[in-house]
Design a protein around this ligand. Structure first.
Ligand code: FE2
Length: 270
């Protein structure tokens, strides 16, 4: 039996060292064997340092993907190089975008990708919403300087790249390990029904920034192609809890989160 502690949107950069230690202790007290983080760990300048601090404190494997905040005050390429390097040089830190499928138990595989909102749900064209992503992530800032349509192209480019990587890892993992269950970790909710705000689905102004259709389409395809595998997807981003059984063998859960109050979303026993 293996116990996993699932965390999301913990935004550790907002906490003092003492507060972080307190949070690490709650994870240790949970007796989890490994930790899953579905993004928004901190911001680009501190993600690496805080992951190392966490690994040192917990002394258990940490499987993670990055969220949009993890790229704030950085560039996507430099963060990805850093995370790939970190995965290579440490025992316990695994950025799922480069590590590929991870075997958690005899029948269970874990895959993951950061995932970006792709403006394909809601009404991007007419939305007055502008998120910090286009101010604080250099790649998106530069695209938006050109036009909103350049920004959309850039968002979709990254969303689609991540979706392709996820599909590749799922298919390779199935071929190699024939799992009965596949856990998928990603930051952005893959379906609009999962993007809740005050109990209701986010409106057409926000949906373009809250959901990734690219990832949702991949999940529907693989769940239909492999009906005997149970797909369980864990994500974050909206900070509002939501859970939907999208297909008989595809369940998606979004974690609730509050800034300054990181918590364990769930202890999953395999
Ligand atoms: Fe977040």
């Amino acid at each position: 039996m293996i116990k996993l502690a699932w965390l999301t949107d913990i935004h550790l950069n907002f906490l003092t060292l003492q507060e972080r230690r307190c949070f690490y202790q709650t994870i240790i007290d949970s007796n989890a064997d490994a930790v899953l983080i579905s993004g928004d760990i901190a911001e680009a300048p501190s993600v690496k340092e805080l992951l190392l601090e966490m690994e040192h404190a917990l002394n258990k494997p940490i499987y993670f993907v990055l969220g949009n905040h993890d790229y704030y005050r950085g560039t996507i390429e430099s963060m990805r190089l850093d995370m790939a390097h970190l995965t290579k040089i440490t025992q316990g830190l695994k950025w799922l975008s480069v590590s590929g499928a991870q075997k958690l138990s005899e029948d269970v595989l874990l895959v993951g990708t950061d995932g970006f909102s792709d403006g394909r749900y809601g009404d991007y064209e007419n939305s007055p919403v502008s998120l910090n992503d286009s101010r604080l992530i250099a790649d998106f800032f530069q695209a938006k300087l050109l036009s909103r349509s350049h920004l959309l192209t850039k968002m979709q480019q990254y969303a689609d790249e991540d979706a392709r990587q996820l599909l590749r890892d799922i298919e390779m993992g199935i071929e190699k390990h024939s799992p009965k269950k596949m856990m998928v970790l990603t930051h952005v909710p893959p379906f609009p029904e999962l993007c809740l705000y005050e109990g209701k689905q986010s409106d057409d102004n926000y949906l373009p920034y809250f959901a990734s259709k690219a990832i949702g389409d991949i999940l529907l395809t693989v769940a239909q192609n492999y009906p005997f595998i149970e797909f369980v997807t864990l994500c974050g981003h909206t900070h509002h809890y939501a859970e939907r059984q999208m297909l008989e063998n595809l369940r998606v859960t979004v974690g609730a989160a509050e800034y300054y109050q990181p918590s364990i979303q769930d202890i999953i026993t395999l």
